[in-house]
Design a protein around this ligand. Structure first.
Ligand code: IMP
Length: 180
């Protein structure tokens, strides 16, 4: 049943699952050639439902870990980030696949990618459920994208507005009155 605050559904649960199957297959093929399976690093909290679906379709012995980062207030343009929760895994020499809910300006991912490279990761690739290419401020290479979406604020499937709506099984747009 549609949540009463949702104006429209952009991407249904069925479409998300089917796209995760495709992404999982591609990732399995690409990393299957490597000596060791990748470590999936999911950025809290929005990427958790996507991670949970995606890993069901990756046919490799993957591990996963979590990071939580936030932008430094007032220095948004520099893309500096503060680590709220760091990885528990020692990543030197590892192939990392960063898992994100949505790439917007690209600043978060670019900063995290640099950070993981500096920690000695062998490779750092990115998989994101959604991308808003029209909002990009920094050039960030995204290897695997679920769906491109227009410049609209979206919620559901891990994404929130004021910490709400993360549990919706689809991606939708909120009614205008919710923002008032
Ligand atoms: P970036 O550094 O600007 O690419 O920030 C990406 C982060 O902003 C995502 O991980 C989300 O937490 C948040 N974000 C960007 N756009 C949306 C949206 O439409 N809905 C919910 N969260 C968003």
């Amino acid at each position: 049943m549609l949540n009463k605050d949702i104006k429209k559904v952009l991407i249904s649960q069925e479409e998300i699952v089917s796209r995760c199957e495709e992404l999982g297959k591609q990732i399995s093929e690409d990393y299957g050639k490597n000596e060791q399976p990748p470590l999936l690093v999911a950025l809290l909290r929005g990427s958790v439902p996507f991670l949970a679906e995606l890993i069901k379709h990756i046919d490799l012995n993957i591990q996963y870990d979590f990071m939580d980062v936030t932008s430094y207030a007032g220095t948004k343009s520099t893309g500096d980030i503060r680590i709220l929760k760091d990885l528990d895994t020692y990543i030197e020499g590892m192939d990392i696949l960063l898992v994100e809910d949505i790439v917007d300006t690209g600043r978060t991912l670019e900063a995290v990618r640099t950070l993981l490279k500096n920690k000695g990761a062998k490779t750092v690739r990115i998989v994101t459920l959604l991308s808003k290419p029209s909002r990009r401020e920094v050039e960030v290479q995204v290897e695997y994208t679920g769906f491109e979406v227009p410049d609209e604020f979206v919620v559901g499937y891990g994404m929130d507005y004021d910490q709400k709506y993360r549990g919706l099984p689809y991606i939708g747009v909120l009614k205008d009155e919710i923002y008032q």
